[in-house]
Design a protein around this ligand. Structure first.
Ligand code: PHE
Length: 451
């Protein structure tokens, strides 16, 4: 175990950093558009259930592997399994980090562009029907501009991660997360005070089960993973900077509560506006970049709230993106003895370059075009959120059950816990259920792939 490992400065600092990782584009961009397309409240209920049944146990498993071993995912699995093949689950995590960050930072770049647009008063032009959609289309296809903003976003990630755990991740999360919450409260207030906001609230909270289809259930299951940053060792890495005295159960509950609360608040802010202004909630991925920009000009104070909204999205994306880069960085520091600066600069540059290809694939330069219609950016998104994360999460649960052992896991969560009652049988049942649920998502995604 590395004794000179850096640790979080405070409990609140860790919880904000981990919640910062969890709260991201998943909460504000993905969740609302998926709920919008798959039955609103019914989707939300299934998603909440999955967070409890699958998300919470796997989050605890990741945090305890990290804290127990004080190592990155590869080192962590390797140490607890006597250097067996289980370390490949760690490698899968590092590979997922490359895959996710290279498209995530492209969308991160879009959020900067839209913040700048709102701040410079350019949102007025979106009031004409179709204007926001045409603009977004032309913007993402442009070979230069989105690439530029993506590089700015990656530069910020490298800047923060290079400063380390306490002075980088923790310090920035402690500033950015309260800013995010503050902005969100303002946006919710703006949303619920619009005339006709009630329809949006009903859409989000009063379930019509008939609207939920099977693909909605699978999506809700998969999303409960993505949204808490599970399945690629992010929480193993953040857990490895915890000291033994910390209470893992309490921390996990905080992380899940903050993540869920923020997703629901984002849903309220967005759907009250969408319904009050008579728009289609089932617009899909364009909900945030196409529907909302066309709504803001019609809202009192719209330009101001637009700037706040996209800045919020940027902050959420940034605190998640740094947690992804930290997985790669921690691996090269722990296992290969690299300096932090060398690791962040090297892999920041490599991920940025893959991201450039992802951004270009939205326009005329899709590297995949000889083989398929899928853009390279979509491939990165789908491969990671649909296959790599669920696989990594399921293997983590199976690892606890079959290799590390429920007894050892239980000892680890007990250490530092103020309140802990679960016995071995209950934990085993919880983990068997969680593994089966994820195995089901994974299998149904695979079946869908080959159909
Ligand atoms: N949880 C983040 C979000 O909701 C995404 C993420 C996934 C971050 C996996 C780290 C690891 O946007």
């Amino acid at each position: 175990m590395t004794s000179n490992r850096e640790h979080w400065g405070s409990r609140a600092g860790f919880i904000l950093a981990a919640a910062g990782s969890a709260v991201g584009l998943g909460n504000i961009w993905k969740y609302p558009h998926m709920a919008g397309q798959h039955g609103g409240a019914a989707f939300t209920m299934v998603y909440l259930l999955c967070i409890l049944v699958v998300g919470l146990p796997i989050l605890l498993a990741e945090l305890s592997i990290g804290r127990r071993t004080q190592l990155n995912p590869v080192g962590g699995f390797s140490l607890l399994s006597n250097n067996s093949n289980w370390k490949w689950v760690g490698f899968l995590g590092v590979a997922s980090a490359f895959t996710i960050l290279s498209f995530y930072s492209v969308v991160g770049g879009w959020t900067i562009k839209y913040t700048v647009l709102a701040l410079t008063g350019s949102f007025g032009k979106f009031s004409a029907t179709g204007a926001a959609g045409d603009f977004f289309d032309a913007f993402v296809k442009n070979p230069v501009e989105p690439v530029f903003w993506h590089l700015v976003f990656m530069g910020l990630c490298v800047f923060i991660i290079d400063r380390g755990v306490k002075a980088g991740i923790e310090r920035w999360s402690k500033v950015l997360m309260p800013v995010l919450l503050g902005i969100l409260v303002l946006l919710v207030f703006r949303g619920v005070t619009l005339d006709g906001a009630g329809a949006g609230l009903r859409f989000l909270f009063s379930p019509k089960w008939g609207d939920l289809d099977a693909s909605g259930v699978v999506l809700a299951l998969g999303h409960s993973f993505f949204t808490i940053s599970l399945g690629m060792g992010t929480m193993i890495t953040y857990g490895s900077y915890l000291r033994r005295e910390s209470d893992l159960i309490q921390s996990a509950l905080w992380i899940v509560a903050l993540d869920t609360f923020i997703a629901l608040m984002a849903g309220i802010a967005i759907f009250t506006a969408v319904f009050a202004l008579g728009q289609n909630p089932a617009e899909g991925p364009g909900l945030i970049f196409v529907v909302l920009p066309s709504l803001f000009p019609h809202m009192p104070g719209g330009q101001f709230f637009a700037a706040l909204f996209f800045f919020l999205l940027f902050v959420a994306a940034l605190t998640s993106a740094i947690s992804i880069l930290e997985v790669v960085t921690a691996y090269f520091i722990d296992e290969k003895g690299w300096s932090r600066t060398r690791a962040t600069n090297t892999f920041g540059a490599i991920i940025a370059s893959i991201g450039v290809l992802a951004s270009l694939s939205n326009g005329n330069y899709n590297v995949l075009s000889p083989v398929t219609d899928l853009t390279f950016m979509d491939l990165l998104d789908k491969a990671s959120s649909k296959y790599m994360l669920p696989l990594g999460g399921m293997l983590t649960a199976v690892f606890v059950l079959t290799r590390w052992g429920v007894d050892h896991f239980r000892d680890e969560i007990k250490s530092g816990a103020k309140w802990f009652q679960l016995n071995k049988q209950v934990i085993t049942i919880i983990f068997v259920i969680a593994s089966l649920v994820v195995a089901y998502i994974f299998a149904s995604e695979l079946v869908a792939l080959f159909r």
